[in-house]
Design a protein around this ligand. Structure first.
Ligand SMILES: C[S@@+](CC[C@H](N)C(=O)[O-])C[C@H]1O[C@@H](n2cnc3c(N)ncnc32)[C@H](O)[C@@H]1O
Length: 314
């Protein structure tokens, strides 16, 4: 007599059912999502999936997969279910306390690295490719993706990573440890760069030039307008942290204070690199004018949207 209510499911059937369920729920990229959830549950790589279609799932795996598919169908982001997102070729832990790193934010890293190299060339110095002596600030670090990518690219630089959210900083700290850069990425909680003044006044010997000590300030601040919230995908609106999304009613409200703080903190010739929302440029560009700022440049993302603005402090 067979006591099993149903036959164990094999990989092929699990994938087929998962795709059908997510398609019916109108989940974007439903095939990829079903594949990734199945891989997460069985703890395997993609190549294994198609090489072992007859492999049976255990009942525990089947239950886990069913639960994850239901959550994805109900709108939870895939990355919250797997706990991971890749950024700049590195694997980051993510959860509901941090923004899921977006591919367009990689332009912030590209522009920052390009600008640092240019700065050295213009100053007639040999290029500083390891970041020796560089002090960098990442404002609104979230998962730490920008700070950590820069720390990996510039193995001798020191990076201050700030965030208003303690819960986000805890994720950033774990990611820094995961990538072995925890001794060079220093995390602090507070509004924009306020925490840097607090930290430095507590340990003045750490940086004698307290007022203008950064060579680079980078930020991907919250830039969506609250008035646009109804237009956001449910994955974003209902699951990503409000503090990471909204910059104010219009969206661009934080840039003024951020640029003023960066202006006070950057060394002469220091570089500011900011990510922009799809409609932020007209509000932000007028804040970066001569005599405080020169070499202002805008970089479009792959969709042709002005995505990054960079400037040099005089
Ligand atoms: C758009 S997310 C960017 C996260 C991460 N840097 C990235 O690029 O994926 C903005 C981050 O800024 C933080 N934040 C919001 N307001 C802030 C403020 N006033 N001061 C510092 N951080 C703030 C949020 O908690 C969030 O982690």
């Amino acid at each position: 007599m067979d006591f099993h209510a149903t036959k164990p499911m094999d990989i092929r059937a699990a994938l087929k059912d998962g795709i059908a369920q997510l398609r019916a729920a109108q989940v974007a990229s439903h095939t990829l999502a079903a594949e990734l959830l199945l891989l997460h549950v069985v703890g395997r790589e993609r190549a294994w999936l198609y090489a072992h279609p007859e492999e049976l799932l255990s009942s525990v795996q089947e239950d886990a997969l069913r639960a994850l598919l239901a959550r994805r169908a109900a709108g939870e982001p895939l990355q919250h279910l797997t706990g991971h997102q890749e950024f700049w070729g590195l694997d980051f832990e993510v959860n509901r306390h941090v923004l899921i790193p977006r591919p367009e934010t990689e332009h912030v890293i590209e522009v920052a690295l390009d600008r640092l190299a240019l700065r050295e060339v213009r100053a007639g110095r040999p290029q500083n490719t390891d970041g020796s002596g560089l002090m960098i600030a990442d404002v609104g670090t979230g998962s730490g993706c920008i700070a950590i990518a820069l720390a990996k690219e510039l193995p001798k630089a020191t990076i201050f990573a700030t965030d208003i959210s303690e819960a986000a900083l805890a994720v950033g700290q774990r990611n820094a440890a995961r990538h072995g850069v925890e001794s060079r990425v220093l995390f602090g909680a507070g509004h924009l760069l306020d925490v840097v003044s607090d930290a430095l006044s507590a340990a003045p010997s750490a940086a004698p030039n307290v007022v203008r000590q950064f060579h680079l300030v980078v930020s991907n601040p919250p830039y969506i307008g609250r008035r646009e919230s109804a237009t956001l995908q449910r994955e974003v609106r209902d699951h990503e942290p409000e503090a990471a999304l909204y910059g104010g009613e219009e969206g661009y409200e934080l840039y003024g204070d951020l640029i003023a703080q960066a202006s006070a903190r950057l060394v002469p010739g220091g570089i500011l690199v900011l990510e922009l929302g799809y409609n932020s440029l007209p509000a932000v560009q007028p804040l970066l004018t001569d005599p405080a700022w020169v070499q202002v440049n805008v970089t479009n993302d792959l969709a042709g949207i002005p995505r990054v603005i960079a400037a040099e402090r005089t």
